[in-house]
Design a protein around this ligand. Structure first.
Ligand code: PLP
Length: 486
């Protein structure tokens, strides 16, 4: 038996490369990523490829390992080439993410040391760090010191945690569901719809609220609807507002909605996944006023603080509500759960074992300070205003003043179908690859969108977008095959 164990040990020790082996692999990984970072400005924002990374399937997972050169070749060809390049400043679609470098180093340290960030007893420092970050973010948004929250993987998960907390805080049991009312804007992010379904609340009455001409909830209409619902014996349960809608960047009247929620005893959730961190700017702070009246909110550092994907935040004003929702009991954890001055992520979310996500946020904030983040956000607000002005000078409509950093626009061609034209224009811009844009439907109209939030997007990027739009739209307008077909 001992011989067999020792034989297994020889093989299992391959899991622990020695310092030479580490050095060799690390050097290749660093070279590869450095080469990327040195050239990211000139790489396409979107790569249309035939194969879409299918070559990966020719290298199945096997008993024997491969060399780092082969591994990097597989990643480079199949993963880092086809499709969207979210690290590019030319990513101007959806809501761009980031990828600031010091976060990668934070992740590296988190992975090497593998501190157990789920429970205070296991890693008091990691838990303190995460809670400190949550308090910092809560403080920015006007939440009290004793609010509680969780660093999640994403805004979608954060919305789910908040909706489930609302359900339990208002004691919505199955029998209450058919008479409980949820109030949503038509602009609400689809992750909220999903959260409602996943939380078992899809049989609540869902009121899709009328919006004003800037796609914001109309407080008077909301108040009238809630009043009518109460008169009918229904229970106003959950009101969701958005601070920066994904579609157009609209900010609902946050304070006024908060007043209505308070008056009727409904839970008030604000989804600030996209817009929340604009609070770091003067303009954003003014526009997000009232956000502090919510019971829970969601904000995404992997959007507004330019982090690589994998970090959303949920904060609940009344810590006990979050704690009550995610409480647990387990005999095998009895040593780990003494009273402490810090709540553990495991008590405040569905997760137990988790990635130590705090470090990827803490390290860049500490190394750089907040000032460059603030500047980058203000730059994005100004770039949106600049684009909104300039795009109109090259023959596009852009009816909505940008509220934050999303701008909607479309071109009305001399002849032919407007929707079809803008669709073709979008395809031409994406195929060109210098910048990547997306579209939406506004009141049934196919509309192009600029979403400016990548930290590598600067004035020159927006000028490139304007040049590409001008070039492609003129080509398309003079293309007889387009005109004749439409
Ligand atoms: C992006 C976004 C979400 C979803 O966040 P993920 O981090 O992508 O899961 C939710 N709400 C709004 C308003 C968003 O912009």
């Amino acid at each position: 038996m001992r011989d067999r164990i020792l034989e297994l040990e020889r093989s299992s020790r391959l899991l622990e490369p020695n310092s030479d082996a580490r050095e060799k692999v690390r050097r290749r990984v660093v070279d590869y990523s450095e080469d990327f970072l040195d050239h990211v400005e000139s790489l396409p924002a979107y790569n249309v490829t035939e194969d879409k990374g299918i070559g990966l399937l020719d290298a199945p997972i096997g008993e024997e390992g491969i060399g780092i050169d082969d591994a990097i070749r597989l990643i480079s060809e199949n993963v880092d080439t086809p499709g969207l390049n979210p690290a590019s400043g030319g990513h101007l679609a959806y809501i761009p993410g980031g990828g600031i470098y010091y976060s990668a180093l934070g992740d590296y340290l988190a992975d090497v040391f593998n501190r157990y960030a789920g429970i205070f007893y296991a890693s008091p420092g990691a838990v303190r760090m995460e809670n400190m970050l949550i308090r910092w973010i809560g403080g920015l948004l006007g939440y009290p010191e004793d609010a509680a929250g969780n660093l999640t993987t994403s805004g979608s998960l954060a919305n789910l945690i908040a909706v489930v907390t609302a359900r339990d805080a208002l004691a919505i049991r199955s029998a209450d569901i058919p008479r409980s009312v949820i109030y949503l804007s038509g602009q609400v992010h689809h992750s909220v719809d999903k959260a409602i379904r996943v939380a078992g609340l899809s049989e609540c009455i869902v009121r899709k609220l009328p919006l004003d001409d800037r796609f914001r909830i109309i407080p008077e209409a909301l108040a009238a609807q809630v009043t009518a619902d109460v008169a009918e014996g229904l229970k106003p349960f959950l009101i969701v507002a958005t601070a920066g809608t994904t579609d157009v960047g609209a900010i609902d009247p946050l304070g006024e909605i908060g007043e209505i929620a308070r008056r009727f005893g409904a839970w008030y959730h604000i989804d600030a996944a996209y817009g929340g961190f604009f609070v770091l700017t003067e303009e954003g702070k003014r526009k997000l006023k009232g956000i502090e009246t919510s019971d829970s909110l969601v904000i995404d550092p992997h959007k507004g603080l330019f982090l690589p994907y994998g970090l959303g935040v949920v904060i609940v004003k009344r810590a006990a509500a979050l704690r009550e929702c995610y409480r647990f009991n387990a005999n095998y954890m009895q040593d780990a759960m003494s009273e402490t001055d810090e709540l553990s992520p495991a008590e405040l979310s569905p997760e137990l074992t988790k990635h130590f996500r705090g470090l990827r946020l803490w390290l860049p904030l500490k190394l750089l300070g907040v000032a460059p983040f603030r500047a980058c956000l203000e730059e994005k607000l100004m770039l949106a205003k600049y684009f909104h002005r300039e795009v109109q000078t090259i023959g596009f409509e852009s009816r909505l003043e940008p509220e934050l950093s999303v701008v909607t626009y479309r071109r009305v061609p001399q002849a032919g179908d407007v929707n079809e034209f803008n669709k073709k224009l979008l395809e031409a811009v994406v195929a060109d690859g210098r910048v990547f844009i997306s579209s939406t439907l506004l009141n049934g109209e196919f509309t192009l969108r600029l979403a400016c939030l990548a930290f590598r997007t600067h004035l020159s990027t927006i000028d490139t977008l304007l040049a590409v739009l001008k070039e492609k739209s003129e080509l398309l307008e003079s293309d007889p095959s387009f005109r004749d077909r439409n």
